[in-house]
Design a protein around this ligand. Structure first.
Ligand SMILES: [Zn+2]
Length: 96
């Protein structure tokens, strides 16, 4: 008889979390691939991500965040220097 076991409290969005983890290749609860430490609870994760909140995980996450931001806001492509041609043809206009 094991009547003294403590029921595990799942967070309200546990289903969503499981779905996110199933759809993600990132480290899941159970172990950190970056530092080989066990991840026991979501409290061990960086808030808003599935990455272990450890030194390696933090730098990894900051890299991912930077890449995501770069993807959302790509650096301006080099503007090809176009010659501005006057609409009206003028003989004396200098061409590029
Ligand atoms: Zn870790």
């Amino acid at each position: 008889m094991e009547d003294d076991w403590v029921p595990v409290k799942f967070p309200e969005n546990f289903d969503q979390m499981m779905e996110d983890m199933a759809n993600s290749n990132e480290p899941r609860i159970g172990g950190c691939l970056l530092c080989n430490s066990p991840i026991r609870t979501v409290a061990d994760l960086i808030p808003g991500s599935n990455v272990h909140n450890c030194e390696v995980g933090s730098s990894f996450q900051s890299e991912v965040t930077a890449q995501e931001q770069a993807a959302e806001h790509p650096p301006k492509a080099e503007m090809s220097q176009r010659c501005r041609r006057p609409r009206t043809r003028s003989n004396s206009r200098r061409e590029c």
